[in-house]
Design a protein around this ligand. Structure first.
Ligand code: GLN
Length: 339
């Protein structure tokens, strides 16, 4: 092998999705570098349509990785708690898939991208009342309605217990965020009513919206999110607690739904640049999963026009490449490894 050839292999090997994460010290160094690289990025706007979210500090910035073996790495404001918001949608969908099977869940909720904003009413009308996918509000409401439990209280308990099992610790409600969203979520109530009018909501629309609003108001840190992601990366077993939360087959299908729609109308660009399933939320979190390897969580409140954290997208794009996570990247390893 020539010197040039070997340098090229080293460069491309960094980009390959198969294999393992780099060792822990390298992960720490790359997280610190990513944190420094994008700290000066000040574009984006903190969400204020849920009034309590406007109190977020726009300089907050945290990055965490949880490996599929349970090891954790964090930099920045990793102790700051924030409401999970839309990232909850992926995990509630996983819990519903576990209950009713991923095929039935796909029939009832859908798995195709809308190409429209997360709270679009038009998307429902354009698709004959179908909620389309679990990552937008219509599909998330339809998913929450399918959670086990005959009462709103029982459904809420199932959501809180299930998401806590993914995180490996008891997740608590942020009362201020919940009350703020509950007082202003007319649009989500309308979406639930519209789904009901099409016969596509399995539970009372206002009670479903209330459980959904609570699920979005569960507080997490980036480290919690990374562990939740690592559970999906680890075939459904939480790598920190060792508890099986969902089956491996469920994880596979949830990750596919995240890849298709997790970043709303930016999902295509996300997959094109980052090549991994991800899910964003309006409080500024983004969770990205590298199957078999682990979860990468970012938190920074300023958002782009689609509602995705600006620093989070930049840091994840950089880390996907430097940690070697992109699922679509390959190198001619078998040829270059021969002496
Ligand atoms: N609770 C928020 C809403 O329904 C979640 C939206 C989001 O994070 N994109 O509007």
């Amino acid at each position: 092998m020539t010197g040039n050839r070997s340098a090229a292999v080293r460069d491309t090997a960094q980009l390959v999705s198969t294999g393992r994460l780099p060792d822990g010290r390298r992960i720490d160094a790359l997280l610190a570098e990513a944190h420094g690289l994008f700290a000066g990025e000040t574009s984006g706007i903190v969400a204020d349509y849920i009034p309590a979210l406007a109190a977020a500090d726009p300089t907050w910035s945290a990055l965490s990785v949880a490996e599929a073996n349970g090891a954790r790495h964090s930099v920045g404001d990793a102790l700051v708690e924030f409401s999970i918001q839309s990232i909850s949608k992926a995990f509630v969908f996983a819990l519903v898939c576990q209950q009713i099977g991923h095929r039935r869940a796909a029939e009832l909720v859908g798995v195709n991208n809308t190409g429209l904003p997360f709270n679009s009413v038009t998307a429902i009308e354009l698709n004959d009342g179908h909620p389309m996918n679990p990552m937008v509000n219509a599909g998330a409401l339809a998913t929450t309605a399918l959670m086990p439990g005959a009462t709103p209280g029982a459904k809420w308990n199932a959501v809180q217990d299930g998401l806590s099992a993914f995180a490996g610790r008891r997740l608590e409600l942020d009362i201020a965020v919940y009350e703020s969203e509950a007082a202003t979520n007319l649009r989500n109530k309308s979406i639930a009513r519209l789904l009901e009018s099409y016969g596509r909501l399995a539970f009372d629309p206002l009670q479903t919206t209330d459980v959904y609003t609570k699920q979005c108001s569960l507080n997490v840190t980036t480290e919690d999110l990374a562990v939740m992601g690592a559970t999906l990366a680890d075939g459904g077993v939480n790598p920190v607690t060792g508890v099986r939360v969902v089956d491996a087959e469920v994880c596979q299908h949830v990750l596919a739904a995240m890849a298709a729609s997790g970043l709303y109308e930016r999902s295509g660009e996300w997959l094109y640049d980052i090549g991994l399933p991800g899910k964003s939320g309006v409080s500024g979190g983004i969770l990205t999963i590298a199957p078999g390897k682990g979860g990468l969580a970012t938190f920074s409140p300023p958002l782009d026009p689609a509602g995705n954290s600006v620093r989070g997208v930049l840091a994840t794009t950089w880390l996907s490449r430097t940690l070697g996570l992109n699922l679509f990247a390959s190198a001619d390893v078998h040829r270059t490894e021969t002496p």
